[in-house]
Design a protein around this ligand. Sequence first.
Ligand SMILES: Nc1nc2c(ncn2[C@@H]2O[C@H](COP(=O)(O)OP(=O)(O)OP(=O)(O)O)[C@@H](O)[C@H]2O)c(=O)[nH]1
Ligand SMILES: [Mg+2]
Length: 336
Amino acid sequence: MAFIDEIKIHAEAGRGGDGVVRWRQEKFVPKGGPAGGDGGRGGDFYAIAIRDVHALSRYKAKKEFYAERGEDGGKKSLHGKNGEDFMLELPIGSIITNPATEETWQLTEEGQKVMLLKGGYGGFGNEHFKSSINPTPKESRPGQEGEKGDFIVELELFADIGLVGLPNAGKSSLLNSLTNANAKVADYAFTTLDPNLGDFYGYIIADIPGVIEGASEGKGLGVKFLKHIKRTKMIAHLVSFENLSKGTTGMMKTYKEIRKELEAYDKKSGLGEEGLASKEEIIILTKTDVVEDEKIIDKKKKEFEKLDEKVFTISLYDDKSVKKFSDELAKILKKK
Ligand SMILES: Nc1nc2c(ncn2[C@@H]2O[C@H](COP(=O)(O)OP(=O)(O)OP(=O)(O)O)[C@@H](O)[C@H]2O)c(=O)[nH]1
Ligand SMILES: [Mg+2]
């Protein structure tokens, strides 16, 4: 899936409204005092983070954005209305740079708002200049220009959940069935050579190459891919029922091997409490269809539940199990 990952835009905050020269007009008063109102403020220009990884593609055609100008002042001392702020919606993970000023901003949370450009102040109307020496000023000021700028927006995607497990556990297959990713799937180890990302209702799922025993020492595809899930909020740990055939402790043993690798990785990278092993984890027991006896599936599920983790059983040949998991996952991610 193609995520557009860089755009350039031109943005302008609103100009302030002009102050005006007006005179009070009252019945029986031939010439009243000054009554020209001040101009309104120009709208500010903001970027706001939304949960939509495809949001940058909206700005492929239109690349110039303007906050509203402030209204001019009016008669009877009326202040002009302030211009509306402009909210540029950008996906979470956007890094915004103004190359001219070398300022950068990063959007990391849904709803986060940053001001990129400030609107201009409104100009004073003639009433403002009234004084004892000058009771009838004919002076007013124009509104101030709003700030302007060219920005580069780059998208750095942070996965919300990372899939880990042995090669062949079914990670890429699960990613494909939950999202519109098109990751390569095959019945041999190390099919996935580079991480795949998928968009799951605005949350990013990362599928990384399988981890094997000794990975933290550089075995298999090594640890270099674990860094891709360093920033995820949680991991989903996949263990296939195919590992049952290694003996009744096969699945748990497989699970613990991978946990050990995550811990070793944390230690090596000095991650400690921030590490992979400390992340919230859900366990997915995959390929239930290779087991004939439902009781074995239940028993395994209970055994894993004793680890005090959320445990799901799933087979990609059973749509219901996929749907159930997908609904639960959406709930879990929303709660975070
Ligand atoms: N029977 C069965 N096979 C499945 C299921 N899910 C995936 N598979 C098969 O398992 C094999 C491995 O699937 P992948 O999704 O490539 O596994 P992976 O974990 O991404 O493997 P690596 O990329 O090598 O780490 C493929 O042949 C899939 O068709 C399932 O629910 N049941
Ligand atoms: Mg894979």
